[in-house]
Design a protein around this ligand. Structure first.
Ligand code: AHM
Ligand code: MG
Length: 336
């Protein structure tokens, strides 16, 4: 794998085409299109701090063009890229209530559908904190040659053919898996290409970081409260007390924990029994990545990837990260 370091995303995808179960080149092209859309979104995200100079969202800029909110902008960029790709017959997005289908013959013939959160953590944009895009790709189950149907999107996460995310952080990275390991590419702004910087990412079995919004402590079930207490106790062997790290930007919290070892928890709360995060385009893609990196993702009862979605925007509690840490939370839940 090391021999691929520095290789551009496109070269890498072509070289590793045999990784795909159905190696016809379509999925490779689709991943490249996602990479291009991510670069366009990255360009705009990087300009976000200039909003006072270039114009507030919802106003008209100097060229007379309406300014879009960045999350809406990101959504339209991905719609555009996927429609143009010809490989995708539909998309489900956090920004759109219903599935988006593309009314043209080329797209209707597309084999794939994409679930996406175009700009997650967008409340962090104004304060220059990392945000991300999370995506997941499935083969359609409806007949080709027609529009995508909702059932194409309501497949278990274990049916994903690819999943990943882009983090717009101190540098911009694209991390994805097709079910044969996880690879991370850093955008080199000087050449405008994602280059392989993190080959075959493995997440540590144990870590010393926990990420949860403790502001909601009183609303958590007892098992989670007890686990939080556990993270704060002193124990050399398990490196406790753990460090608390919570950015409030799922991709950024996840990415850090993936590389360093740790656990991210967004549990059920008293007023949100299914938590906050969405199964299709937040939990599933990250669960696919973490499992491929040697970690685990559960909803407090079951494996995330085994869940049968009932609804496009379904929410789920999410406990994700290093295997030993996820298993420890599970112990607290089972012994409650
Ligand atoms: P969003 O999709 O509306 O941006 O919400 C998802 C975000 C995640 O990025 C983050 O982990 C979580 O919401 C934070 O929620 P909270 O502020 O309740 O802790
Ligand atoms: Mg989101």
């Amino acid at each position: 794998m090391k021999e691929y370091l520095g290789m551009t995303l496109n070269e890498f995808i072509i070289r590793r085409q045999s990784d795909f179960k159905y190696a016809t080149g379509e999925l490779s092209r689709l991943l490249s299109h996602i990479g291009v859309a991510a670069k366009i979104v990255n360009r705009e995200v990087n300009k976000a701090g200039l909003v006072d100079i270039l114009g507030e969202v919802g106003t008209v800029n100097t060229q007379g063009e309406a300014q879009q909110k960045l999350d809406v902008y990101a959504d339209s960029q991905f719609i555009h890229a996927l429609r143009a790709s010809g490989e995708v017959c539909g998309m489900a997005s956090e920004e759109d209530d219903n599935i988006v289908t593309f009314d043209n013959v080329l797209a209707n013939d597309g084999k794939y559908i994409v679930c996406i959160d175009p700009l997650d953590g967008s409340s962090n944009i104004d304060v220059n904190v990392s945000i991300g895009t999370i995506f997941s790709i499935y083969r359609r189950i409806s007949e080709r040659g027609h529009k995508a149907e909702e059932k194409d999107f309501l497949q278990e996460g274990l049916k994903q053919v690819a999943g990943g995310y882009v983090i717009y952080g101190s540098s911009t990275m694209l991390v994805y898996t097709t079910g044969r390991g996880v690879n991370g590419f850093t955008l080199d702004p000087s050449i405008g290409e994602f280059c392989l910087s993190h080959a075959d990412i493995r997440t540590p079995e144990s870590g010393a970081i926990y990420s949860i919004n403790e502001g909601y402590y009183l609303k958590f079930e007892d098992a989670i409260k007890k686990y939080i207490k556990y993270t704060q106790e002193v124990d050399k062997q398990t490196k406790r007390p753990y460090k608390a790290r919570y950015i409030g930007s799922l991709v950024a919290d996840f990415h850090r924990n993936l590389l360093k070892g740790g656990i991210y928890i967004y549990p059920a709360t008293a007023d949100a029994p299914n938590g906050k995060l969405r199964l299709l385009y937040e939990a599933n893609p990250l669960a696919f990545v973490v499992e491929q990196a040697g970690g685990m993702a559960i909803n407090g009862k079951d494996r995330i990837l085994d869940m049968k979605p009932q609804d496009l925007h379904q929410r789920t509690p999410l406990i994700i990260g290093s295997t030993n840490m996820v298993n420890k939370v599970m112990e607290f839940i089972e012994n409650k």
